[in-house]
Design a protein. Structure first.
Length: 649
């Protein structure tokens, strides 16, 4: 096709202007793309940093929570058994330390008065610690030296410690002889909870690493209640260095520096605890105070409660956290310039195709959008389907339980009817036969009486077990109920009184010789609770029936030397209302404790329990009333069930 020369010259004259426009546009696009990519990289780095920090913080807090729970178990050990031997302490504590690398030692520190000092020192020597004595820290020639402790009004010596071999120096050290430690002791006794010392170098430390001493006072139990006077402390030595390194070992490495400071330290202006340098080949300064740390773009600060102290954990990305940023900054502009030049050369030849590609891209984006919407709809449908299936299974389970109970009840009714008929016939037969006994021989008379007696005994056993099966069926039908009664304000103490009377006179009717002492201590500051009265009364009756049954069985076994006692106490604890039902009966064996709330499991002799009472009670308290049902027991001595209900439903 012929093109006029004027048009060709006009296009040629416009080419430099078009090329310049393309260059300007290309540079602008390059800068814009560079800015978008930089923002995307920063956002990705931020998300990556936040995720990594959260994982490290979660791991650190999880290790602390696990150890705090385990340390509370040691406190419970001394609360329940104040006279724990050195071997028993080691046996209990060693598994805890083996699973917690960040904690150097756990020790038992008794509260010792001056007249008890010699007895404690002698006892430790008998245990094999031949050089044991109460010690204190004295400074000689700039060094801390342990010397024999002087006379004081009270002592807090390290009496047991594990692991023993690496902490022998600490044995006998009087924590009350050092101001920082004594301040923590006084604070823990005041708040009756865990406290942490300021950062210290413990006496057995060889590397001068800072440690924190955790202290939990031990108030022994008397009749299930903590006493006011502490008998000692359970202490733990925690190294922030080892704690953090152990937590990081479980995670993949990332160059993130971690600073730990104690915000609550009062004896020193230096709040520093530990600094983890993720890039040891780079020398970095460590400020003594957290406020002196220079903020960075990738930084997060978290706090952790350690007893009465608060730690601040500061996370900062290392210099190599974004290693490709330099090359990205260099490559992106170079690539943009190259592409701009290339586009400028071929722009005039592909402008039409570019329009087509643009339309194709728009269409593809729309298709992808619709596809993603369909995927989300399908995912929601699958989730809804699974939920419906689960709900249908749960509904079917209740119907199945009721159906089985009804199916059992039908033949059971026939057994009951024909058993009653057989019993009536046997009585009539006995009356008729008695008229003709005189004409029978003595041997025939005796045979007749024996067989008739056996028949009546067998019928009585059938009737007894038929009633037991009928009771189980009724409980199964009750268990399959789907709707509960309405919640109403109810006088909880009046309900308790009624249930105590019903349970007592029920057993009294069965066993007239039964006598029991009932102790009632009610917290009358609470009058009414929002509960389902019928269901809660079932719980009370189940627990009281079990208590009366237990003391009665023990009374039958021990005779007059045993005095049956039932204690019912109520108490308000914060926003919870507690009911304690305690008996001094035969208790619950430890081997059966984990099965006590299992349906159809009973500790009563065969024929006297269905095994559903405690299962129902647990379901009513935990699921229907959002409370708790727990128990404590010692075999042969007592059992106590504790119901906890919310004051506000």
């Amino acid at each position: 096709m012929w093109i006029p020369l004027e048009k060709i010259q006009k296009k040629i004259s416009l080419f430099p202007l078009i090329l310049l426009s393309i260059f300007i546009l290309g540079i602008g696009i390059t800068l814009f793309v560079y800015h978008l990519i930089e923002m995307h990289n920063q956002e990705a780095d931020q998300q990556k940093f936040i995720l990594a920090v959260n994982r490290r913080q979660d791991e650190l807090e999880a290790q602390l929570n696990i150890f705090f729970n385990q340390l509370n178990l040691v406190v419970k050990l001394f609360q329940v058994f104040p006279h724990v031997s050195r071997e028993e302490f080691a046996f209990f504590v060693k598994p805890i330390l083996s699973s917690q690398v960040g904690f150097q030692a756990i020790s038992w520190v008794p509260y010792v008065l001056p007249h008890q000092r010699a007895a404690y020192e002698n006892q430790a020597r008998k245990d094999g610690i031949t050089q044991y004595e109460f010690t204190e820290i004295n400074v000689e020639k700039g060094k801390n030296i342990l010397t024999k402790d002087r006379e004081r009004s009270e002592y807090w010596p390290v009496f047991y410690i594990e692991p023993l071999e690496s902490n022998l120096e600490a044995l006998g050290f009087n924590l009350g002889s050092e101001p920082k430690r004594m301040a923590s002791i006084q604070k823990s006794l005041q708040i009756r909870g865990m406290t942490a010392s300021d950062p210290v170098v413990i006496v057995q430390e060889k590397t001068h690493a800072l440690s924190v001493l955790l202290m939990l006072p031990v108030f022994p139990y008397r009749h299930g209640i903590e006493e006011d006077e502490a008998i000692g402390l359970c202490t733990a030595v925690m190294r922030p260095r080892d704690l953090l390194n152990n937590a990081l070992e479980r995670l993949s490495f990332l160059p993130i520096d971690i600073y730990i400071y104690d915000l609550t330290a009062i004896h020193d202006q230096n709040h520093f605890l530990y600094f983890y340098n993720s890039e040891p080949w780079i020398k970095k300064s460590v400020p003594e105070n957290q406020t002196m740390i220079q903020p960075t773009k990738l930084e997060q600060r978290h706090t952790i409660a350690i007893g009465d102290h608060t730690w601040e954990v500061i996370y900062q990305a290392g210099l190599t956290f974004t290693p490709n940023s330099f090359w990205q900054k260099a490559i992106i502009p170079a690539t943009g310039l190259f592409l701009t030049t290339l586009i400028a050369i071929i722009f005039l030849f592909i402008i039409d195709r570019a329009r087509t590609q643009h339309l194709y891209a728009v269409l593809e984006a729309e298709v992808n959008k619709r596809t993603e919407e369909l995927r989300q709809i399908i995912s929601q449908l699958k989730s809804t389907q699974q939920l419906l299936i689960t709900q249908e299974k749960l509904a079917s389970l209740g119907a199945l339980t009721a159906g089985i109970a009804h199916e059992i009840r039908n033949p059971l009714s026939f057994v009951e009817n024909f058993t009653d008929l057989a019993k009536s016939n046997s009585e009539e037969m006995e009356q008729i036969a008695n008229k003709y006994l005189s004409v029978w021989s003595l041997e025939d008379q005796q045979n007749y009486k024996d067989k008739l007696n056996n028949l009546q005994i067998n019928l009585a056993q059938v009737i007894k077990h038929e009633r037991r099966i009928n009771n189980i069926v009724l409980r199964m039908l009750d268990h399959s109920r789907q709707q509960s009664a309405e919640v109403t304000p109810t006088d909880i103490h009046d309900l308790l009184e009624q249930c105590i009377n019903v349970a007592y006179y029920d057993l009294k009717t069965k066993d007239p010789a039964f006598q029991v002492k009932i102790e009632k201590v009610f917290d009358l500051s609470v009058g009414e609770l929002n509960i389902v009265p019928g269901d809660i009364s079932r719980v009370f009756l189940n627990l009281l029936d079990n208590a009366f049954y237990s003391v009665n069985q023990k009374r039958k076994r021990l005779g007059k030397i045993f005095s049956p006692t039932i204690s019912v106490k109520t108490q308000v604890v914060l926003d919870r209302f507690k009911i304690r039902i305690r008996d001094n009966g035969k208790g619950i064996p430890s081997s059966e404790a984990i099965k006590i709330f299992t349906p159809f499991y009973t500790t009563k002799i065969p024929g006297e329990g269905t095994g559903l009472g405690l299962s129902f009670s647990y379901e009513i308290i935990t699921q229907e009333h959002r409370g708790t049902l727990t128990f404590i027991s010692k075999e042969g001595e007592f059992a106590e069930f504790i119901i906890t209900l919310p004051l506000i439903s």
